[in-house]
Design a protein around this ligand. Structure first.
Ligand code: HXC
Length: 269
């Protein structure tokens, strides 16, 4: 069954969704889910070529799309992007903070700049996006979704940088939910497990590691980008009107098994 069959078209037709890092992977999957229910969608990313390709795929779904080159580490660029989106598509009603960077690296071999780079993209980039979009979200009584990770609450080998950044995101989401509830803005996080075909899975696993990872997932398969998109659309919908400061885990149950198999695979590599 398609996601559009769950939501009447009038629910999302006047909504403008902004997805940071929307040019690929989970974030593009999220952008496609919003487009499939009729929302206008804006995406940003660092690579024009990747954005153009994603824009074409999103336009094929029949909604208005705006793509803007912006690095989430650059606050001014994000502020300009938000202004541009307002003009092109109307005020932002839904913000998805998805831009992220990651690689496997033991903490004792990681440079200070490498650690800072991931915190800058994931955590500071998430704050930058929420801050830049705040006035528009206040106007629309909008909804923010931050893309978190299991690393936020459980240690994974060679993931000290990503874990610290994502734990920060979980805390930031709760603080913003607390402070911005009075403006009608809801803020939640989604915790994806490993998602098929994404840069994250490519970077964090080879074939042997992927096999071990599958053993630790109770549902015995990787997730799909649109399965994270469905969570995002649900949280934006009136069905989630009283949900804020929450975390939805969408990982096939992987967190129940802990990170031991992943750690073994990484340490044997
Ligand atoms: C060790 C590394 C490294 C690696 C980069 N660095 N890759 N260190 N192992 N594999 C170091 C560099 O040497 C440098 O430090 C510093 O990190 C910055 O690197 P740059 O290449 O200059 O940074 P930049 O061009 O900004 O690229 C950012 C990046 C890159 C994160 C390093 O990998 C990137 O652009 N990634 C975007 C796509 C991505 O990662 N997608 C996957 C997201 S998956 P020095 O000291 O030499 O200057 C994901 C899933 C989440 O987020 C699940 C877990 C949380």
């Amino acid at each position: 069954m398609k996601i559009s069959e769950y939501f009447p078209s009038e629910v999302f037709k006047d909504r403008t969704v902004f997805v940071t890092g929307g040019g690929s992977g989970i974030n593009l999957g999220i952008a496609k889910s919003y487009a499939a229910v009729g929302a206008k969608v804006a995406i940003c990313g660092r690579t024009e070529e990747r954005l153009d390709q994603a824009k074409g795929e999103l336009e094929a779904l029949g909604v208005k799309i705006h793509a803007v080159v912006a690095d989430v580490r650059d606050y001014e660029a994000l502020q300009d992007a938000c202004d541009e989106i307002h003009v092109a598509l109307g005020p932002i009603s839904d913000l998805v903070c998805g831009a992220a960077g990651n690689f496997l690296c033991p903490a004792n071999e990681m440079s200070a700049n490498a650690f800072r780079t991931v915190v800058d993209i994931d955590l500071i980039g998430t704050f930058n996006a929420t801050r830049a979009a705040f006035e528009q979200l206040k106007e629309t009584h909008g909804c923010v979704l931050m893309v978190s990770a299991g690393q936020a609450y459980m240690p994974y080998s060679h993931q000290a940088h990503a874990g610290a950044a994502k734990a920060g995101i979980e805390n930031l989401a709760k603080n913003l939910a607390l402070e911005w509830g009075q403006y009608g803005i809801r803020v939640n996080t989604v915790v994806p497990g490993p998602i098929e075909g994404t840069e994250g899975v490519k970077r964090l696993t080879d074939e042997k590691q992927k096999h071990m990872l599958l053993q630790s997932i109770p549902l015995k398969r990787l997730g799909l980008p649109e399965e994270i998109g469905q969570v995002a659309v649900f949280l934006s919908s009136p069905m989630a009107a009283y949900i804020t400061g929450s975390q939805i885990v969408c990982d096939g149950g992987m967190n129940l098994s802990g990170s031991a198999l992943f750690n073994m695979a990484v340490n044997q590599a």
